[in-house]
Design a protein around this ligand. Structure first.
Ligand code: COI
Length: 338
């Protein structure tokens, strides 16, 4: 890993390993040659279905260099199952779990030496696109597709490392449609982009917390938590927002640490009155402390505005699991070669 750009200086996701894996979907079957190949550009017909009608979804997971020098993918099987669910929601043929697993493991092993040391990691991006060249197929699924995996050496998702974030609570503009909220599709992210850019410009916010009709769900790129010395609070799952794998890890870790877990509806009024800590979670974001919440256009400082002890305790417990510094009671690490 010499003479390569530093993932902590480059924007998250802008550097890439030199290999990828690809399975082609044709006539209802996915075909994978069984090994990684050099990362290279695709060539598409301008009428490609994904470009016009959004037949695309993705995953985000990470491989971490372990303290003993080995390499492990975190929560591989959970991400595989979420990818299958997203592809199914696009009404495309759902690949076997083992196929997605192999595409991910082979891509990680081929790119292993791009993995930066902790706190960096190798971010893994499995992607599905419908490739049928057919601009008439607005109300029909693509009959062909590509399922592929690329890898990106990454540092922090939020520029500036662990710092208290500012979030703007948006109650009017929804993040996406309720039935698509749990699908990891690019359309959800582009819909959140406008409100996020506006909140950055108008309020200096890092992220928007969507709370349509006063129902807090998630930010564009992460799930949302309240924590104090005794309990962890987060919105209960339904189809309206992404079922974060890191969200699930945080809940299980907090329970293991002895926190009471409270999954229930959350309102902006409760957030504005909250006297404990606030944080975001995501594969990219890990556990990111929030220092200011803007509710009804009024900024509220969370605690003393700095990352709080409970947030840091959960973050530390999670990162120890990611890097093999702690035992793995839930069997979340998959060791790979590299
Ligand atoms: C992730 O956390 O993996 C995501 O997909 C968020 C993305 C905006 C980087």
């Amino acid at each position: 890993m010499t003479d390569r750009p530093d993932p902590f200086s480059a924007p998250f996701g802008s550097l890439f390993g030199d290999s990828m894996t690809i399975a082609e979907l044709a006539e209802g079957e996915y075909n994978y040659g069984g090994s990684a190949q050099p990362l290279e550009n695709f060539s598409f017909h301008p009428a490609t279905h994904a470009l016009h009608y959004g037949s695309t979804c993705f995953e985000g997971l990470k491989a971490h260099r372990q303290s003993d020098g080995t390499l492990a993918i975190f929560r591989l099987d959970d991400h595989v199952e979420r990818m299958r669910q997203s592809i199914g929601r696009l009404r495309m043929p759902v690949p076997e779990s083992d196929l997605i697993r192999s595409l991910i493991i082979d891509a990680v092993e081929a790119n292993a030496d791009f993995t930066p040391n902790p706190p960096g990691s190798l971010y893994i991006r499995p992607t599905f696109i419908g490739t049928a060249p057919n601009i008439g197929a607005a109300a029909a699924p693509s009959d062909s597709g590509l399922l592929y995996v690329i890898c990106s050496p990454v540092g922090d998702y939020f520029a500036g490392g662990i710092r208290p974030l500012t979030i703007y609570v948006e109650t009017k503009v929804p993040r996406t449609t309720p039935q698509f909220g749990m699908v990891k599709s690019g359309a959800n992210y582009v819909m959140a982009l406008g409100p996020t850019l506006d909140a950055k410009r108008d309020h200096g916010a890092d992220q928007v917390l969507f709370a349509t009709a006063d129902d807090i769900t998630e930010t564009g790129a992460s799930n949302f938590f309240l924590i104090d010395d005794n309990r962890l609070v987060t919105r209960q799952l339904d189809e309206s927002f992404l079922h974060g794998v890191t969200r699930d890890s945080v809940i299980k870790i907090a329970a293991d640490l002895g926190y009471e877990i409270d999954e229930r509806p959350l309102s902006p009024a409760e957030l504005a009155a909250w006297t404990g800590e606030v944080f975001l979670s995501g594969t990219a974001a890990v556990v990111a402390p929030v220092g200011t919440v803007i509710v009804n256009d009024a900024p509220n400082t969370v605690g003393d505005g700095q990352p709080g002890p409970n947030t840091l305790k959960v973050r530390e417990a999670l990162t120890s699991l990611l890097t093999g510094d702690a035992d793995d009671p839930h069997s979340w690490r998959t060791l790979v070669t590299g």
